[in-house]
Design a protein around this ligand. Structure first.
Ligand SMILES: Cc1ncc(COP(=O)(O)O)c(C=O)c1O
Length: 444
């Protein structure tokens, strides 16, 4: 992850306070915990982060897709306050009502028959849980994941993560019986023509895997991001998920969709799989679910969950009352404010603007995404990934008060993941700043 510096944003004397915090951070915090920018934040409200010197930044990163309602959404704040003044923790010692309510609410946003929930604290934890669930209930060993995927940092999750080798380097041996297969990243890695069907999306590589590497009847699960996130905001061709569903049905394999980043209204539907009408066996949620309070959910049918014996998995903190209260409030706000439609409308406007930049010198070569999960991919004049250009754009934007993140296997994709509550004025401001940065031209 490249760190974009905010120095141009205000090198007033003010810089000194932030510098002092950075020095303290460097002394006290593990270097492995790197940050995307050197901003030092002390406050946040709505779509803005505020640093220790009072500078405001329009937050188009949303804490990596978490604060989808912006910061301090009043109804979520009120629900959390109410819960803080009540009980905080029971763990698995008792049942508690907030967890039951949250499970019902989460089930209500998932397609039938996914109506049963296991709560954990994070994305990686629900990935771990789902891999265990798959092996336990199928009695099979094989786990298939996609190249370029990101599923988290714990041992099981990093074993199925290949968006960057850095995440795996030095940690082996990882979980055995993980098999990797290409993701249909047609813009970069496929050789078929734009109008031709994609063999990867049709499942040809999986057939080869079953023929040469692991028999299909030894595979417990296929784990997939319906839109690849950290790997570059890659939207697969139509039919890809439906083909996975067919392959899984044919061989008794569980289809696990990791919607940790794409779920909870981010793409303009509750789940990204809803765009394709595909129903996975297991859906994984986290990130935006608790609006910033730690919560992850494994969602499956009652029939499947019933095959996972009592006590086969557990968590001290998973589904804590405060996170559950935040989740119920978050989902209610999304419903009440019509944010599925808002995400779609805002996303369409951003993509329309970005497509205008596409034809310009230095503009993105590919514009893609769904709702407010949008990637702009940059290549240099020789067609190679241009991470430098992305860094330059992020840096120019940050100096003008707009915080952007990058992603992609080569860090050459700007990802736009603002709050779904973004106002029209905030959108206009962000587009103006981005346009200025993008159209300054690159070395194309
Ligand atoms: C698709 C996906 N799965 C899992 C994770 C891991 O989530 P966490 O960082 O909460 O462990 C992420 C985090 O970015 C993600 O994008």
């Amino acid at each position: 992850m490249a760190t974009t510096t905010s120095s141009a944003a205000g090198t007033s004397e003010g810089g000194r306070v932030a510098e002092e915090w950075r020095a303290r951070d460097q002394r006290a915090v593990a270097g492995a915990y790197s940050r995307y920018t050197d901003l030092v934040i002390e406050d946040a409200a709505g779509s803005y982060l505020v640093d220790v010197e009072g500078r405001r930044y329009l937050d188009f990163g949303s804490g990596i897709g978490v604060t989808s309602l912006g910061h301090q959404q009043p109804d979520v704040v009120a629900a959390v306050h109410r819960q803080v003044d009540s009980y905080w923790h029971t763990s698995v010692v008792t049942q508690h009502v907030r967890l039951t309510e949250a499970a019902e609410k989460v089930a209500s946003i998932c397609p039938d028959p996914l109506d049963t929930v296991f709560f954990a604290n994070s994305g990686a934890e629900v990935v771990e849980g789902a891999l265990k669930l798959a092996r336990r209930v199928t009695g099979r060993r094989g786990l298939i994941a996609f190249q370029g995927g990101f599923h988290g940092r714990t041992f099981g999750a990093v074993s199925v993560t290949t968006s960057k080798v850095h995440y795996r380097e030095g940690y082996g041996p990882l979980l055995p019986d993980v098999y990797l297969t290409p993701y249909p990243y047609c813009f970069r890695t496929c050789s078929h023509g734009p109008e031709e069907p994609c063999p990867i999306a049709e499942g040809r590589e999986l057939e080869r895997l079953f023929k040469h590497v692991i028999p299909a009847d030894e595979v417990a699960a296929i784990l997939v991001e319906p839109i690849q996130g950290e790997g570059g905001y890659i939207v697969p061709p139509k039919g890809f998920l439906a083909n996975l569903r067919r392959i899984c049905d044919r061989h008794g394999i569980l289809l696990i969709c990791d919607e940790v980043q794409s779920g909870v209204a981010r793409t303009g539907k509750w789940l990204a799989v809803d765009h394709d009408g595909v129903v996975p066996d297991v859906v994984l949620l986290a990130k935006a679910l608790g609006s910033g309070l730690p919560l992850g959910a494994i969602v499956a049918s009652h029939e499947l969950m019933d095959r996972w014996p009592a006590g086969a998995h557990g968590s001290t903190f998973g589904g804590n009352p405060i996170s559950c209260a935040a989740a119920v409030a978050t989902l209610e706000v999304i419903e009440r404010q019509g944010l599925l439609q808002r995400a779609t409308d805002l996303g369409d406007r951003i993509q329309a603007a970005a497509r205008r930049w596409q034809g310009e010198v230095g503009g993105p070569r590919d514009v893609r995404g769904r709702g407010l999960m949008i990637g702009l991919e940059f290549l240099d004049s020789t067609g190679q990934p241009d991470a430098e250009r992305v860094e330059e754009i992020r840096s120019v934007c940050l100096s003008q008060g707009l915080l952007l993140l990058s992603c992609g296997i080569d860090d050459n994709v700007i990802r736009l993941i603002p709050p779904l509550t973004l106002s029209d004025q905030e959108l206009a401001l962000a587009l103006e700043v981005m346009e200025g940065a993008v159209l300054r031209g690159g070395n194309q």
